[in-house]
Design a protein around this ligand. Structure first.
Ligand code: PLP
Length: 373
């Protein structure tokens, strides 16, 4: 059987597992029954699109991705609405970022409409894997890796694109709770002109040592400073960062070329003014920012990203000194923004921004019947 425009071959499942979720889903620990794959070569372009059983990839040990790390990925969520339909949040923005990342990494583009079609077909078939517990969602992970068998240091000629799905729990068990963040002075994540604004694994690999060291000291995340002066605030591990001044103005680091342009960040910059909050994108000096926390001008700090949506920061440590933010309590601005965004994502309120694409489930048996008719 095959689906319409992208001509996806959909293989029947031999042994589908029932979608049952443990109480604590965590993040990225469980995967649905099926995955999407397609391949690229200069002669054929993208071809061989298929939805198959979720299975290990077979990679030659000399596959370019294992040696040069030429790869990109995305992270986007499908939300189950109360009426049973499924919402995809700003999927077009994620697909656009995927292509920008691919361009930066010297990789081919994927037609955004066809990429969305592949995601919708896969999610539609796997809709039972969208968890319904409050705050849970189905995390969609599209990935493109270089697949040519070569040890030469150059861009690959062939690529593999795959999409997997993982039911994920809420980032915070019940209600938002502030996280402690370590500000790294010794290590940097990315430098202007480098790959920091692309979603490629190298950025994450280089951040793991500092993050592990921070974790051992009780910090959940690392806040990165710019790589040149080690003075300007950039972003937190897998999230962007924002500072609330006097409870009414949100300031976030301006995109510098080494910061990942987050879809959640962009949504908050668009949403907050409609909630009566001022927003600005600034060059934020770490010492001035910490002084503003100490003087009380900064009333809240929060991180923003697809995983947690909004994560309040309750404490910073920088050069052995601790800075407590809002008494380590979730502030009203972070809470309001979290509520406003998640209400749109789960379809609890109308979406005046056109951010959500609501989709139907796909009946695999009906597709099989129509394909063989
Ligand atoms: C380094 C980094 N910054 C920021 C973000 C937040 O981006 P988004 O809001 O699109 O999830 C992410 C997550 O994708 C990230 O990995």
């Amino acid at each position: 059987m095959s689906s319409s425009r992208l001509n996806i071959r959909i293989e029947p499942l031999a042994n589908p597992r029932p979608a049952r979720f443990p109480e604590a889903l965590g993040f990225g620990r469980y995967f649905s029954n099926r995955m999407f794959t397609q391949r690229y070569s200069p002669e054929k372009g993208w071809h061989d699109a298929a939805i198959t059983a979720y299975q290990p990839l077979t990679l030659d040990p000399a596959s370019a991705v294992l040696h040069c790390g030429q790869d990109v990925f995305e992270g986007v969520k499908a939300y189950r609405r109360a009426d049973g339909r499924i919402n995809l949040f700003r999927i077009d923005q994620h697909m656009a970022r995927f292509n920008r990342s691919a361009a930066r990494m010297g990789m081919p583009q994927i037609d955004a409409a066809l990429h969305i079609e592949a995601i919708k077909t896969l999610v539609g078939l796997e809709h039972e894997w969208i968890p319904t517990q409050p705050g849970a969602a189905l995390y969609i992970r599209p990935v493109m890796v270089s697949s040519e068998t070569t040890l030469e240091v150059r861009a690959s000629q062939t690529f593999l694109h795959f999409i997997i799905l993982s039911p994920v729990g809420p980032y915070f068990g019940s209600g938002l709770s502030p996280v402690p963040v370590f500000i790294s002075h010794d290590y940097v994540r990315a430098v202007r002109g480098g790959t920091g604004e692309a979603k490629t694994t190298a950025n994450y690999a280089g951040s793991l040592l500092a993050t592990e060291q921070a974790r051992k000291n009780g910090f959940q995340q690392v806040l990165w400073l710019d790589a040149v002066e080690r003075r300007l605030v950039e972003e937190v591990g897998g999230m962007n960062i924002a500072f609330v001044y006097e409870g009414k103005r949100i300031s976030t680091p301006a995109l510098s070329g080494s910061i990942l342009p987050g879809v959640t960040r962009d949504s908050i910059l668009l949403l907050a003014p409609d909630m009566g909050l001022e927003v600005s994108e600034d060059r934020i000096d770490v010492n001035e920012m910490l002084a503003d926390i100490e003087s009380g001008h900064i009333t809240e700090v929060f991180a923003m990203g697809t995983g947690a949506v909004v994560a309040p920061v309750g404490q910073f440590r920088y050069k052995d000194k601790d800075y407590l933010i809002n008494g380590n309590q979730t502030g009203p601005v972070a809470q309001r923004l979290f509520n406003a965004l998640t209400d749109i994502q789960y379809g609890r309120v109308a979406d005046p921004y056109g951010w959500t694409q609501s989709m139907e489930t796909v009946d695999a048996t009906a597709m099989q019947r129509s394909a063989s008719a």
